[in-house]
Unconditional design. Structure first.
Length: 226
């Protein structure tokens, strides 16, 4: 699904692309995206934190380290955020930390690799472990299928940008979209030594909501990468 109205909501400001960032949350009833006028969109960081807290999801911001280049090795990315990473490990008991990253290249195989990586996370699934991600660069959208205490069953699209830390509780039904031309670097934290293990629900709900490209207007992720 797509449309210019939706694209404008999440598109990064064009006038200063090197500094552009727009973390945002868009919410729809689970029956499907309503008309543009009824969609709930939040862009203020404090309001995002409060709205996600209502759903049991934690959100925080870490200062971005601009000296870490796009495509830097995983060890270099973790080392750049070592103090905060170690603090989080000590506080929460994580046993494994790694880096997931994918950025456009001129390699003719890149479109196929990107499509395969995207498909891995694009269907609704859950985890026995919390899903904790810090975006060191780029952007991606987490879709959280969580009932609201008063509004009922909803889907919440969380556009994460560089500097965002998102903590999705174990058992939460969700999916993730990196777009057709992915560009992101994310530090992942696990309580389980097996790392990422998904249990797919078999529901095609992800096909009924605007994807990453529709929500962002296919804004190149490099525009938000430090």
């Amino acid at each position: 699904m797509s449309g210019p109205g939706l694209a404008r909501r999440f598109a990064a400001p064009a006038e200063n692309p090197q500094e552009a960032r727009l973390t945002a949350v868009m919410t729809w009833p689970v029956a499907g995206p309503p008309s543009r006028g009824r969609a709930r969109t939040i862009t203020d960081p404090a309001a995002i934190e409060a709205a996600l807290a209502e759903l049991g999801v934690r959100y925080d911001r870490w200062p971005v380290r601009p000296e870490v280049p796009r495509g830097a090795p995983g060890d270099a990315v973790v080392d750049a955020y070592r103090t905060r990473v170690d603090q989080l490990i000590a506080a929460e008991g994580f046993v494994q930390v790694d880096v997931a990253a994918l950025h456009p290249t001129d390699d003719p195989d890149f479109p196929a690799r990107a499509a395969k990586a995207r498909a891995t996370f694009l269907a609704e699934h859950t985890h026995a472990d919390d899903e904790v991600r810090f975006f060191a660069a780029g952007r991606g959208v987490f879709y959280l299928h969580i009932p609201h205490p008063t509004r009922g069953d909803e889907v919440h699209a969380v556009l994460c940008e560089a500097g965002d830390l998102l903590w999705v509780p174990a058992g939460t039904t969700h999916w993730f979209d990196m777009g057709t031309r992915p560009s992101f670097t994310a530090i992942r934290f696990f309580h389980d030594a097996d790392g990422w293990v998904g249990a797919f629900t078999g529901d095609d709900i992800a096909t009924r909501f605007p994807d990453f490209d529709a929500l962002t207007g296919a804004v190149p992720a490099t525009a938000t990468t430090p």
